[in-house]
Design a protein around this ligand. Structure first.
Ligand code: AMP
Length: 417
C-alpha cells in the first residue's frame, strides 16, 4: 500500500531512494546542469530531517559495463554540498553492506551507477551481432533470472523505498519498479514524483476547460500515440513544428521541401476526421517561415503554410500562426505544451517557440494551468526566464510523453498498486 512521505515516520529508518542523477558532465567530469540533483533534494532532506538515513541510487548515462567515465563518484561532492551533509560512496551497488551498516540517522550514502549491471534494465548485454533468436531468448531469460538477486540485494539495504525518479518512471527497471514489491507497506513517491503525477492528473484527469494541447517537434511518428490520445480529451489541439507539415500535406497543401512522413498521412487524416467528429478544434500553422537551406543564415521568407514553394522548407511558425495560437491559448483554462513549433536550436528559427513560451507565461498569470514537458519546450521556457512563470515544468521527457499517451507508467504503478 502506498504511503505518503509527509506522514511517514523515518526516525531510525534507512530509506533507499531512486533518484534521477543522470546529469550532464563535461570532459573534466564537472556537472554542467545540476537541475536533476537539486530536484531530488526536498525528498532526501525530508528523510534526513525526520531522523532517517538515505541510500541514494541512480543511473548515469548508458554504460554497457563498468566504466569509470560513468561513475557517480564524479558527483558525490556536489550532492553532498546540495544536501548539506557528507555523502559516503559505495563503489559497487551490489556490495554495499558495510557502508549501509555504518549509516546512522541523518547520514547519506550514494551507490555506484546501477547500470554498471545489466540486471538494472534486465536486458542482456554483449550478445554477438549474429546471435540466433534462441540465443537471444536464452540470454534474456538469464538476465531476468539474475535480476531477481540484484533487486533483492538492493532491497536488503533498507526499511523503506522511495521513488523520486520521474525521468525513468516509464521503465520497469530493477530500481524503478521491481524493488517496490519488497516494501508492500513502506513504499512511497518522493516529492518530485508526487508533483509530476499531480501535474499529469491536472491535465489528463481534472482539466479545467477549455483544454488546449500544443504538440510540436520533428515527427508525427514519435508522437502519434500522444496525438491520438489527446484528440479524445482536448478542446483545441495545436499541431506545430516539423510534424505539422504531414498534416498540411494530408489536407492537400504544398509543403515544398518541409519535413514530412508520407506513410503517416493516413494517420494524420484519421486524427483530423476524429477531431471533426468530436468537435475538437485542430489548429495547424497558417503561415510559415521558410528557409532555402537548413542553416541559421539561410535566406528566409514568410509564406502561407499550404503554399510552400519548391526548394524551400518550413522552419518556424509565422506571425499569423502565432496570433491564432495566442488567441486559443488565452481562451484556455488548461494548457499542455510538448515540443517546439520550429527549429528552435537555430536562433533565426526560434521565434515561434519562444513566443509560445511567453504566451504560456501570460496565460498562467491570468489564472490558467500550464504544464510544459519535453526537452525543447522546457529549454524554451527556461531560456526565456519563464520556468517559474508556468504552472509546472516536467523533468521527464520520455516519461511525460508516455503519460500523455495515456499509458500507465511502471514506476508509478509499482508504488500505487
Ligand atoms: P521532438 O524531439 O520530436 O520533440 O522534436 C524536437 C525537434 O524538432 C527539434 O530538434 C526541432 O529542431 C525539430 N523541429 C521543429 N520544427 C521543425 C521543422 N519545421 N523542421 C525540422 N525540424 C523541426
Amino acid at each position: 500500500m502506498q504511503k505518503y512521505i509527509d506522514s511517514y515516520d523515518f526516525s531510525g529508518k534507512k530509506a533507499i531512494v531512486r533518484v534521477d542523477f543522470n546529469v550532464p558532465l563535461d570532459e573534466n567530469f564537472n556537472i554542467t546542469d545540476d537541475t536533476r540533483i537539486r530536484a531530488a533534494m526536498p525528498t532526501l532532506k525530508k528523510v534526513l530531517a525526520g531522523g532517517g538515513s538515505v541510500i541514494i541510487m541512480s543511473h548515469l548515462g548508458r554504460p554497457k559495463k563498468v566504466d569509470p567515465k560513468f561513475s557517480l563518484k564524479h558527483i558525490v561532492a556536489h550532492v553532498s554540498e546540495c544536501l548539506g551533509v557528507p555523502v559516503a560512496f559505495a563503489e559497487d551497488c551490489q556490495k554495499a553492506d558495510a557502508e549501509v551498516a555504518a549509516l546512522k540517522s541523518g547520514e547519506a550514502l550514494l551507490l555506484e551507477n546501477l547500470r554498471f549491471y545489466a540486471e538494472e534494465e534486465g536486458k542482456p548485454r554483449g550478445l554477438a551481432e549474429d546471435a540466433s533468436e534462441e540465443e537471444k531468448q536464452a540470454a534474456k531469460a538469464a538476465v531476468k533470472e539474475s535480476q531477481k538477486a540484484f533487486v533483492a540485494k538492493l532491497a536488503s539495504y533498507a526499511d523503506c523505498y522511495i521513488n523520486d525518479a520521474f525521468g525513468t518512471a516509464h521503465r520497469a527497471h530493477a530500481s524503478t519498479a521491481l524493488i517496490a514489491k519488497y516494501f508492500p507497506e513502506d513504499k512511497m513517491f518522493g516529492y518530485l514524483m508526487e508533483g509530476e503525477i499531480k501535474a499529469i492528473d491536472n491535465v489528463l484527469k481534472n482539466a479545467r476547460r477549455p483544454f488546449t494541447a500544443i504538440i510540436g517537434g520533428s515527427k508525427v511518428s514519435s508522437k502519434l500515440a500522444v496525438l491520438k490520445n489527446l484528440v479524445g480529451k482536448v478542446d483545441n489541439l495545436i499541431i506545430g513544428g516539423g510534424m505539422g507539415y504531414t498534416f498540411i500535406k494530408a489536407q492537400g497543401g504544398s509543403i515544398g521541401n518541409s519535413l514530412h512522413e508520407d506513410e503517416l498521412i493516413p494517420d494524420a487524416l484519421e486524427i483530423l476526421a476524429e477531431a471533426k467528429a468530436k468537435g475538437v478544434n485542430i489548429s495547424l500553422s497558417v503561415e510559415t517561415r521558410v528557409a532555402d537551406d537548413f542553416s541559421n543564415d539561410a535566406n528566409t521568407q514568410l509564406v502561407p503554410s499550404h503554399e510552400i514553394p519548391e526548394g524551400w522548407e518550413g522552419v518556424d511558425a509565422g506571425p499569423k500562426s502565432l496570433e491564432n495560437w495566442k488567441k486559443i491559448i488565452m481562451d484556455s483554462k488548461t494548457i499542455l505544451w510538448n515540443g517546439p513549433v520550429g527549429v528552435f536550436e537555430m536562433p533565426a528559427f526560434a521565434k515561434g517557440t519562444l513566443q509560445i513560451a511567453q504566451d504560456l507565461a501570460e496565460a498562467t498569470e491570468n489564472g490558467s494551468y500550464t504544464l510544459v514537458g519535453g526537452g525543447d519546450s522546457v529549454a524554451a521556457v527556461t531560456r526565456m526566464g519563464y520556468a517559474d512563470k508556468v504552472s509546472y515544468v516536467s523533468t521527464g521527457g520520455g516519461a511525460m510523453l508516455e503519460a500523455i499517451e495515456g499509458k500507465v507508467l511502471p514506476g508509478i504503478a509499482a508504488i500505487q498498486e
